[in-house]
Design a protein around this ligand. Structure first.
Ligand code: COA
Length: 319
């Protein structure tokens, strides 16, 4: 048997306010028809004043701990993937740590935009397999509504807020994370970025995107990194029970499945309900599909994401 990071539990959390396309169309020059046809998005949740990346991340992490049947005190590592932290520093992972009542553990944030959860999962998996952690919480949590330009209809309709979390545990086991592959190519900075930052403008900035070019890169990169991760795990596409993709756009999900030769009914889709929640979207989709009974213990999952940077990655997991 090999030492692996097994998924012991999952959880997710959404802001209370759910916003339909029709409601958005009251203030933005858009329509339900345009948004559904181009993206598949019907709803998104938007954080209220009292809801933040750390508060949503805490709620998701607590549910994942409950699902795993673990006490917070058993956790020795928290990795939070986010591009929308509560403060520039300290890491929002340390706020979540305190909210969970953990006095001492390793806690830090990872920033790889929409691929952030894949990056965070890989870092936590390596720390577990390397022996420096035994039980970890990996969280993706975002409040992208706070960095959207609500006058740019080409971007503001696409994103939502939310959080998802998994609890990982070291196990001599057949189950767990079988492989991870990560990539970054900083030459594409200007296709998807935020036009502010502490070291340049001293402001938070707003999200900017050339949607059509991002779309073009996404399908190619995602199909190729999924093949790499499958090769590393010694598996074939036919072994995949579920693709759990980053939920950016229904058309990207369909095109990626087609390029891999997988039927559309093996793809977990939540983009219609949550829109693009960046680093939160993969763990949020995973938790949703586990809780509604689609994903079962023993299933082989292919997690994948691509985002600003560009960054992209995939993990193969036996749940
Ligand atoms: N409502 C109505 N019309 C809109 C609109 C909206 N919300 N947003 C853009 N439009 C208009 C544009 O102004 C343009 O009008 P014009 O032809 O009169 O200039 C027209 O729709 C086409 O715009 P374009 O941006 O070329 O559309 P598209 O077919 O490329 O679709 C996206 C736009 C954003 C949906 C698509 O490019 C996409 O999904 N890209 C990937 C984005 C993504 O997933 N990013 C995150 C990765 S992590």
């Amino acid at each position: 048997m090999t030492m692996r990071s097994a998924i012991l539990g999952t959880g997710s959390a959404l802001p209370a306010r759910r916003v339909s396309n029709d409601e958005l169309a009251e203030t933005v020059d858009t329509s339900d028809e345009w948004i559904v046809e181009r993206t598949g998005i019907r709803f998104r949740h938007i954080a209220g004043e009292d809801e933040t990346t750390a508060s949503l991340g805490t709620a998701a992490a607590q549910k994942a701990l409950d699902d795993a049947g673990l006490d917070a005190g058993e956790i020795d590592l928290i990795v939070l993937a986010t591009s929308t932290p509560d403060q520039t520093f300290p890491a929002s992972a340390t706020i979540i740590q305190t909210n969970l009542g953990i006095d001492d553990c390793v806690a830090f944030d990872v920033q790889a935009v929409c691929s952030g959860f894949l990056y965070a999962l890989s870092v936590a998996d390596n720390m577990i397999r390397g022996g420096s952690a035994r039980k970890a919480i990996v969280i993706g949590s975002e409040t992208f509504s706070r960095i959207l330009d609500w006058e740019d209809r080409g971007t503001c309709v696409l994103f939502g807020d939310g959080a998802g979390a998994v609890v990982l545990g070291a196990e001599e086991s057949e189950r767990g994370i079988l492989s991870s592959k990560l990539h970054a190519d900083g030459r594409h900075n200007q296709l998807l970025y935020v036009d502010g930052g502490p070291s340049t403008t001293g402001t938070v900035g707003k999200l900017r995107m050339k949607g059509r070019e991002v779309f073009r890169h996404a399908v190619v990169n995602l199909a190729s990194v999924l093949h790499e991760a499958l090769d590393e795990a010694g598996l074939a596409t036919a072994d995949i029970d579920w693709i759990v993709p980053h939920q950016a756009n229904r058309r990207i999900l369909d095109a990626t499945a087609k390029k891999l030769g997988l039927p559309a009914d093996k793809v977990v889709i939540t983009v219609d309900q949550h829109a693009n929640t960046s680093a939160a979207s993969v763990p949020l989709a995973l938790d949703t599909a586990i809780r509604d009974g689609r994903i079962k213990r023993g299933d082989v999952l292919a997690l994948e994401a691509m985002g600003g940077g560009f960054t992209w990655g995939a993990s193969i997991v036996r749940y």
